[in-house]
Write a protein that binds this ligand. Structure first.
Ligand code: GDP
Length: 193
């Protein structure tokens, strides 16, 4: 089945986005990091599913090895199903993403979120960066330019509206993400003709 995959750290708002995109309520409940299997949901009237991959990154009460194995599982999942993934959506918390990325960037390693973005590109998957929680961001354009920069996209971010989608999922403000996803889905349809 064709799918749109949501990828991101815990607590960035993946379940909220899923709910807004599908109109369904999902009880994700339980401890973070416990649901390791990808969850699939049908997107009304479209013939593809949305996959909510387990969140990765630091989670209180979850041992570090487990956090690493969640990330490894996601990498394997993306490699295995790349051909079915129409669009990969990397979800960020707009308020904290730049700090977290900078804190996790060293000479030898890059943060998981950035790594996942490059992996999707290498696998040939169209990728959208959903910058969520924009209601908590004051310096909107500066923040989005900084995020573009961290993913190797030359600012200004406005050049990248098919890739960078600022949203406030909690308030149902996800139009930029729907537009970006749809622009990639339409590209696929054109190629299929
Ligand atoms: P997940 O772990 O990635 O699935 O994240 P959730 O969807 O469970 O959201 C984590 C927390 O962020 C919840 O408290 C949400 O209400 C909150 N949240 C989600 N979207 C937004 C948003 O656009 N703005 C703000 N301020 N909070 C949000």
């Amino acid at each position: 089945t064709d799918e749109v995959a949501l990828i991101g750290r815990s607590n960035v708002g993946k379940s909220t986005i899923m709910r807004e995109l599908t109109g369904h309520t999902f009880t994700t409940g339980g401890k973070p990091g416990v649901t390791r299997e990808p969850n699939h949901y049908d997107w009304a009237s479209e013939d593809f599913v949305i996959t909510d991959l387990p969140g990765f990154g630091y989670m209180q009460g979850v041992p570090e090895e487990r956090q690493e194995s969640i990330k490894t599982d996601i990498v394997h999942y993306l490699e295995e199903y790349a051909d079915n993934i129409l669009v990969g959506v990397i979800v960020l918390d707009g308020k904290s993403a730049v700090d977290i990325i900078d804190r996790h960037t060293t000479e030898e390693s890059i943060p998981h979120t950035v790594e996942m973005y490059h992996l999707l590109r290498e696998l040939g998957v169209d990728t959208v960066i959903a910058v969520n929680k924009m209601d908590k961001v004051d310096d909107r354009d500066d923040r989005l330019d900084a995020i573009a920069d961290r993913f190797g996209l030359l600012p200004p971010w406005k050049q990248w509206t098919d890739t960078i989608a600022p949203i406030t999922a909690k308030k149902g403000n996800i139009g930029a993400l729907e537009d970006a996803i749809n622009s990639h889905l339409e590209d696929h349809k054109r190629h299929d003709l």
